[in-house]
Ligand binder design. Sequence first.
Ligand code: UD1
Ligand code: CA
Length: 539
Amino acid sequence: MSRMLATEIPMGKKQVNSDRQGKIAGLAVVVMAAGLGKRMCSKQAKVLHRVAGQAMVLYSVGLGLRVAGDRVAVVVGHHADLVRQVIDRATSGMSGEAAIAIVEQREQLGTGHAVLQSRPVFAVGKRGAPSNYLILNGDTPLLQESTVRELLRVHGENHATVTVLTAVLEDSSGYGRVVRAHSTEQGVARIVEDRDANAEERAIREINVGTYVVDGEFLFSALEKLDPSNAQGEYYLTDIVHLAEQSGRHVAAVVLDNPDEGLGVNTRRQLAEAEQVVRQQIRERWLDAGVTMIDPASTWIDATVTIGKDTVLYPHVTLEGTTVIGEDCVLRSSARLTNCIVGNGVEILDHCLFTDSHIEDDAHLGPFVHLRPGVVVRKKAKVGNFVEMKKTDLGEGSKANHLSYLGDTTIGKGVNIGAGTITCNYDGVQKFQTVIGDGVFLGSDTQLIAPVTVGARAIIAAGTTVTEDVPEDALVIARVAQVNRAGWAARRRALQDRTSPEALKVKRDAKSARQASDVSRLTKKQPSVSKGKQAKKRK
Ligand code: UD1
Ligand code: CA
């Protein structure tokens, strides 16, 4: 929510029109994301640092797409290729309309210089020049769409040339200060950067958030006039405010009701602060949408996750990436799911770790299940206690309940995977497939040496090592035949007591056997030795 302080002007011809999806006609968006962000002390470009699992730049890009549709340019510089990749990946699933123009700012000469790089993208073509530009910093992930829409509304209503978003902070250090023309009820005269501000200006608590709406005809001509003679030797975008005011144009402002929304992330502390705020917003959004959280504070949900109604999340559940959870699911404590799709009515017990996997309706998993990428658990299937799966399809109603490794395996419907079953899918060089038909029963401690196929309804006896394909309906036993030695164990137990008659007898027998062998050695005929060898020996 935000409140307008600039002079009210009745609705005029410059009103912003939005279509049914809320995309505003004639609006273009520029996101500045070229800086390294020295204050982060990081090898990574600042805008790639994640907030609630999503790169910071994507918050600004997403907002731009929601208000302006397809006229969005992102200015990249530091780690340009990585930033481009992250944006491409995040927007690839969108409709063709959502193409984003990426422009490179080779040298980071300031925010004004950054925006200037986007000029060719919006050069007049078939579609005509944008009537307004929305300019966003790439490091303000808390900014809300409703605020941006309010900024656009105020800009239109005021016939403003520039409209800036501001916030009043307890501690305004580090930010650009908003210098009002005469009083706060008047327009804005200029923005002075922290490092260029004198003592009086530093005392100003109203700051520039870094979100602007600028008239289409004014923007680039003003950017050309920027002068980098300031403390940082940079072309400041913020100087267009003064340029507009000087030439008698109107600069409007919207002050944030909730100043937290204007947080600019420059340091790791601010990143942690943003993380807390966004996480809380996400939790509230899902609580409002009908998700139960036993302990919201310990429940971690990424910005890109979706959760269905009446699903219950127990403490310490973590849902990451593109995970989608259906309705009526229960996720018990300490389950972590990354990029997973979970159907309806699924129960996941404590301490499970799932990645890039798909779980169908009414399946039951856990406790202690590890699903590595590429697993499909079909309807009503069960996976339990200490089972690890990878690239495996477990058929409808099938069960793998105890202590197993199943990799590169296709398992049919109604299969029982016995406790301790292992698919031996790797020969040290290559991986091989295992196929298990419908209705197969694998006894406990079965090893399947891949590649191998077990035909439908076959039964594998416990402890079998399956090395060859098994025909349908067969019984397979491959293990050493059992030998029973009557009384053997009792005899061994008796021997363990050294004073027992049995033990003494064994001792006596052993002694006499030794003596007999000594006698036989002494009385044995010496082997004959040749004369030559005897001669040698004597030497
Ligand atoms: C900027 C504003 C400041 C405001 C603050 C709000 C300027 C001159 N100052 O300061 O008034 O209070 O944001 O958070 O605009 N960037 C580029 N190319 C560059 C320089 C920066 O693309 O050459 C990008 C950065 O990647 C970042 C954004 O612009 O996303 C802002 O840059 P940053 O260095 O963080 O500006 P601040 O010093 O915070
Ligand atoms: Ca900043």
